[in-house]
Design a protein around this ligand. Structure first.
Ligand code: GDP
Ligand code: MG
Length: 160
């Protein structure tokens, strides 16, 4: 009884993961999705999407004053991205670990950026940096009705 109660109190978070235009062009979408699937998180939203300048600027609004901001907006709007919502206990921090450091040359081998990229300006994937931003970004990139609530049959094989 008690372990079940404790488990049910564990917070399930959401994170927004996005394959950036370079990841789509380079054909590594499947590889990236696969890493989150194999880890054991739950996919709740997925789409290929050409985003507007306004949406890119809203998504990255905290970086507005950075010198690289205009280049970043050009990069993110340069082609379609793959938008994903993933759910699970600890998913935000875990996804950041799977993604690796912002500068791919500093990212550990085994991480997405460490394995697949060489430059900060082409670092192929985005992941939310907090549960609050996870919620904010999912609400920004997905409309109601684009997200699915479902129960994966593997859940008892992933969590006691
Ligand atoms: P992240 O959370 O690891 O994605 O890193 P940040 O939130 O600090 O920055 C957001 C994104 O802006 C990064 O993933 C890069 O695509 C881009 N970026 C950050 N720093 C630089 C920079 O110094 N130069 C360029 N060209 N892009 C940058
Ligand atoms: Mg960030």
């Amino acid at each position: 009884f008690l372990p079940h109660l404790i488990a049910s109190l564990e917070q399930v978070d959401q994170t927004y993961i996005m394959v950036k235009p370079d990841g789509v062009q380079r054909g590594v979408v499947g590889d990236i999705i696969s890493r989150f699937e194999k880890k054991g998180f739950k996919l709740t939203g997925l789409k290929l999407y050409q985003c507007s300048k306004d949406l890119a600027e809203e998504h990255y609004k905290d970086l507005k004053l950075k010198s690289f901001f205009p280049k970043l907006i050009d990069y993110i709007t340069s082609g379609p991205v793959v938008c994903m919502a993933w759910e699970g206990v600890g998913v935000v921090a875990s996804a950041r670990k799977l993604i690796g450091a912002t500068d791919p040359l500093q990212a550990e081998p085994g991480t997405i950026r460490g394995d697949l990229a060489v430059q900060t300006g082409r670092n192929i994937v985005h992941g939310s940096d907090s549960p609050e931003n996870g919620k904010r970004e999912i609400a920004l990139w997905f409309k109601e009705g684009e997200l699915c609530e479902w129960t994966p049959v593997l859940t008892p094989w992933l969590r006691e």
